[in-house]
Design a protein around this ligand. Structure first.
Ligand code: CP3
Length: 333
């Protein structure tokens, strides 16, 4: 059985697999080299040879238990015809959102536009390096994609006051997002992804009264859809205030936690498998601190099904030697 499935399906507690969010990325010199030669980020995601090579780069170096496909949550708006660019020192920048144009797009157009992502998943998942290891497919949660598609760039700490102004437009956009997220998930699974992670990076921006409409209802639909395809699903509702309520309503196969939540509170209140938590900044300290902090999570979750990961993506300034030491610490535990 593949490493993550032992936790997600079998609920084993005597084994802690490890993978790291953004493990394929800028802290690796071999990634930065490819990136320098490919200044257009979206085109790089659409290059099946390079994106599968980037996906495997961290697995060639470290004993990780899963590959996460090198792509982006913003391939969804891209596939729908919204312009998406990644600007250095600024982040994503999206173009006009025109629902009349988007409504003309059908599933076939969408899949054709981002087809290299699926080809890359196929290539990666059949690589012998992944024997007993998982291939993780992923999507942005409906709420987080709505934020990018309407706001057109990262919202920093809060939403503009007029974000919810045009309720009908928001409702229509959410329905389109949900429909194509299902298409995107299905195609990733058909291509070889055997775990799906749903990234809700902006879950923490919402007031409690908005959670049912923008997070709970659309996410539960998506989670049930992934389950219907017999594939385990991990949710990462970053900085949500009430993880317990989220888990009870959504019922994912595992919950990925951020670094602001106390893991002792989580292990007491949450019954399903847990993933992640360690602050990525700990990798910028020293080996003793790293070992101490990683062991803290491993100790707290020693009788709980637990996948080791960070509380958000690995930082670009991380030393690959510290990354290696973290993997070794988890494997030796
Ligand atoms: O290794 C992996 O985890 C797989 C690849 C992956 C990327 N993005 C590649 C990427 C994954 C899973 C994502 C998810 C993603 N993308 C999220 C959810 C997770 C999170 O970080 O909260 C979000 C919000 C995005 C949107 C996005 N893409 C942002 C905000 C940025 C710029 C910020 C940044 O970290 O630079 C990106 C660009 C991006 N996506 C990079 C990578 C490796 C950096 C590309 C570069 O500058 O070279």
């Amino acid at each position: 059985m593949k490493a993550l499935h032992r936790i997600l399906i079998n609920k084993e507690t005597s084994f802690n697999p490890i993978w790291i969010m953004r493990q394929a990325g800028r802290y690796l010199p071999e990634f930065r080299k490819i990136r320098r030669e490919n200044p257009n980020f979206i085109n790089l995601c659409l290059n099946k040879e390079l994106s599968s090579e980037i996906t495997l780069q961290p697995l060639r170096r470290f004993d990780l238990d899963a590959a996460i496909i090198f792509s982006d949550i913003l391939m969804l708006p891209y596939g729908l015809g919204q312009k998406v660019e990644l600007i250095k020192n600024f982040g994503p920048k999206l173009g006009e959102l025109n629902l009349n144009d988007i409504n003309k797009i059908d599933e076939i157009d969408f899949v054709q536009k981002i087809d290299p992502v699926y080809k890359a998943i196929k290539k990666v998942s059949s690589d012998p390096i992944l024997k007993n290891k998982n291939t993780i497919g992923f999507v942005g949660a409906p709420w987080t994609l709505l934020v990018y598609m309407i706001n057109k760039h990262s919202p920093k700490k809060e939403l503009k006051t007029d974000f919810f102004k045009d309720e009908l437009h928001i409702k229509r956009t959410l329905l389109i997002i949900e429909k194509f997220l299902k298409v995107h998930i299905k195609n990733q699974i058909d291509s070889g992804a055997n775990v799906i992670q749903i990234f809700d990076s902006w879950a923490g921006l919402l007031e409690e009264r908005h959670l049912p409409k923008y997070i709970y209802t659309p996410t539960v639909n998506l989670v049930n859809y992934v389950k219907s395809l017999k594939t385990p699903v991990i949710c990462f509702p970053r900085e949500i205030k009430n993880y317990k309520e989220f888990c009870e309503i959504i019922k994912p196969d595992a919950i990925s936690i951020d670094y602001n939540i106390d893991p002792k509170e989580i292990v007491k209140t949450i019954k399903i498998p847990v993933q992640g938590g360690l602050d990525p900044k700990i990798l910028l300290t020293d080996k003793d601190t790293l070992k101490k902090e990683a062991s803290k999570y491993l100790n707290i979750f020693k009788d709980h099904p637990y996948i080791f990961n960070l509380g958000h993506g690995v930082l670009p300034e991380t030393d690959p030697n510290m990354f290696e030491y973290l993997v070794k610490t988890v494997k030796d535990y």
